[in-house]
Design a protein around this ligand. Sequence first.
Ligand SMILES: NC(=O)c1ccc[n+]([C@@H]2O[C@H](COP(=O)([O-])OP(=O)(O)OC[C@H]3O[C@@H](n4cnc5c(N)ncnc54)[C@H](OP(=O)(O)O)[C@@H]3O)[C@@H](O)[C@H]2O)c1
Length: 241
Amino acid sequence: MRRVTLVTGANKGIGLEIARGLADLGDTVLLGARSAERGQEAVLQLAGEGLDVHFLQIDITDSTSVSAAVKSITNEFGHLDCLINNAAIKLEFHPSPPSSGSMAVVRETYETNVFGTMGITLALLPLLRLAGSGRIVNLTSGMGSLTLASDPDSVYSTVPLLAYSTSKSAINAFTVQLANDLRSTGIKVNAADPGFTRTDMTKGLGSEDPKVSALVAIHLATLPDDGPTGGLFDANGRAPW
Ligand SMILES: NC(=O)c1ccc[n+]([C@@H]2O[C@H](COP(=O)([O-])OP(=O)(O)OC[C@H]3O[C@@H](n4cnc5c(N)ncnc54)[C@H](OP(=O)(O)O)[C@@H]3O)[C@@H](O)[C@H]2O)c1
């Protein structure tokens, strides 16, 4: 039987490539997007490639939208095998000293990257518990790594983005908390750092192609039952928190 996988923010960028990659491996993919127009367009593209992909409207900051999505998955599939928390925003573009950061930007960023991600995950947990081997993958960033950011020799110590970086540190902490909580259930929770990738989020800058960056999350989404949980991984394997 096909696994049922939800990818949030999958209408473009890395999320679209994760959706394509997992559907290509045989999953039924629910392509989450906050815009029906952008979501349907992406679904048409992937369905045209013969992939089993369905549009699911989800704005992760909107509890009504999240509840409707949970209801829809419950009615149509009765469970969820895999959740990819990909949707996120980065409102800061240029590094600036955290001491002059904007709390409005921090709040807006956390609404999506932290509260939105945590909210949809908790709302979908009952459906993930019903799957034999649930998998949760949280997209993070090297910018959220406290180990790298506190290393003066690391490039990450030179790119302070108060809102975005700390939101990803929070997602790293959430990953560990949830993985510990779910360790006995068979649900694996890991964080994926896709690397610096050419998408709208980076205004097309970056060393990686989204198709290649998607591979870390695809690997974690398809871990075998004896695979790791509570870890952070990038293209080179395990990465520092
Ligand atoms: N690109 C990089 O270099 C890089 C590096 C490290 C980590 N990451 C992480 O990788 C993930 C994907 O990034 P990306 O570069 O592919 O970004 P992107 O091209 O900007 O795509 C972000 C996706 O998230 C969606 N989204 C934003 N807010 C949402 C909300 N409230 N509800 C539902 N969907 C929402 C966007 O929808 P709309 O189209 O409607 O805006 C879009 O589909 C993110 O978690 C990002 O932090 C990226």
